[in-house]
Ligand binder design. Structure first.
Ligand code: 2M8
Length: 438
């Protein structure tokens, strides 16, 4: 399934991807997809900005700044910043969260949960695309304190004794129904009391989305967190997991903050961020599982390792100097992820009983994770594999109509279409190729 790099019409890909991003642009930010996701999502916006920087560095900056407009007083960047006046197409929406009733929430309506911290990394990449425009708009100067407050929130409110951050809801990991969460979710003793709205099923097949049963637990957890004023206390959630992917992105973003501080001529802050990133990177090693020879999540409530190979563990490749990276790459090439034999990289272990090629984060290949793995392989000198993966991302993005995710074997589109991060990240890879910049 490795497409021929020469066969991709890069000009067409760039034009089409730019069109998708144009259609999904709402004036100051981009929705993940018209229909299924009609608001601004946190980690989506960071990925989208990485693509937008090639189309318009200014728009890429606005994308990130618009999310900062939804930052809470405690520094959290919310999972979703709701579009004003829209409470119909997506659940749970503004009238579920009622963020205006919670102290410290911003003027705009938002969800209370968070998503993986890829923002500082994205902000740095956006700056680097056009440093002159960035300086003219004082982009980094304005972004830096927001990003520092965000990381402070993670440290003050989410860090476990290990120093790693915990997610209090599967939505926070960005990989909502990953089989890794099956065990911790089964231990949640509660379900949502009321009708479970599923507007998502108007835009994607039910065989490609989480089940009603999963939604019942998701809504129960979200309502309970909301009813505890999103205060991150033990009472606010019976679900708490430490995820390798979220933490790898935190390390990567902490390193980006060091670089940003340097660009702002604050070398002592840069040293601090670098030291923090090293502490986090070494804490991340505690997620290594000797039996699976792979990083796995931990249930922070029971201390139990969630022994499952998910694409999230592969994201630890983004951490420079990680001592077990070559072992992780061996697993990426093995029957578990089949690098080079499947379309991109599946979200879940191909050999697991739970593997399902169509079901959301339980098997399909996603473009954001493939993009991150391609970047990491390139950085680590596995250039041929990185380029093959990059070619796969570009060919499948265009061929699938910018699908949200694809079947790992056939490359058939799944989920919604004209999905923003698919367009943005394929555009990023195509622009890098076109510029001969690797
Ligand atoms: C998916 O998650 C949302 C909830 O946040 C949903 O299913 O309604 C995930 O794929 C997540 O990673 C992504 O950020 C979001 C929007 O694209 O959709």
């Amino acid at each position: 399934v490795t497409p021929d790099p020469g066969a991709i019409d890069r000009e067409l890909l760039i034009a089409e991807a730019t069109r998708v991003l144009g259609q999904n642009w709402r004036g100051t930010y981009t929705v993940p997809a018209g229909g299924l996701y009609p608001h601004q999502w946190s980690w989506d916006s960071a990925f989208i900005a990485i693509g937008l920087r090639h189309v318009s560095p200014r728009r890429a900056q606005q994308e990130v700044e618009s999310l900062f407009g939804a930052q809470w007083d405690d520094g959290r960047l919310p999972q979703i910043a709701f579009a004003p006046g829209r409470d119909d197409q997506y659940s749970p929406g503004p009238s579920f969260w009622h963020s205006e009733r919670i102290a410290g929430s911003p003027a705009t309506s938002t969800a209370g949960l968070i998503q993986p911290p890829n923002h500082a990394w994205a902000a740095l990449l956006v700056h680097e695309a056009d440093p002159v425009e960035s300086e003219r708009r004082r982009f980094l100067e304005r972004a830096y304190p927001r990003l520092v407050a965000w990381h402070e929130y993670l440290r003050a409110r989410r860090a476990e004794p290990s120093g790693l951050l915990a997610a209090v809801h599967p939505w926070e990991t960005g990989m909502d129904n990953s089989p890794a969460w099956d065990g911790p979710l089964a231990r949640v003793d509660g379900s949502f009391d009321g009708v479970i709205p599923r507007p998502d099923l108007e835009h994607a097949a039910s065989s490609e989305r989480p089940s009603d049963e999963e939604y019942s637990t998701y809504l129960y957890l979200a309502a309970r967190y909301r009813d505890h004023a999103c205060d991150d206390s033990g009472e606010s959630t019976p679900f708490r997991v430490v995820d390798p992917g979220m933490n790898a992105l935190w390390v990567r973003s902490e390193i980006a903050l060091a670089r940003i501080a340097e660009l702002l001529d604050d070398s002592s802050a840069a040293d601090r961020h670098r030291a923090d990133s090293r502490v986090l990177a070494s804490a991340l090693e505690s997620l290594w599982d000797d039996d699976l020879t792979f990083p796995v999540p931990v249930d922070a409530l029971t201390g139990e390792r969630l022994r499952f190979r998910s694409v999230s563990g592969l994201l630890t490749l983004l951490v420079p100097g990680s001592p077990r990276a070559e072992q992780v790459i061996d697993t990426l090439r093995s029957e578990h992820f089949g690098l080079g034999t499947t379309a991109m990289v599946p979200s879940s272990d191909l050999t697991a009983d739970t593997f399902d090629p169509a079901q959301y984060w339980r098997g399909p290949s996603w473009f954001n994770t493939a993009w991150m793995i391609a970047v990491a392989l390139e950085e680590r000198g596995h250039v041929a594999e990185a380029r093959a993966l990059s070619t796969g991302v570009q060919a499948l993005a265009l061929g699938s109509g910018f699908a949200e995710y694809v079947d790992p074997f056939s490359g058939e589109p799944r989920g919604t279409r004209r999905f923003s991060w698919t367009a943005a990240l394929a555009l990023d890879l195509a622009s890098r190729d076109a510029a001969g910049l690797r």
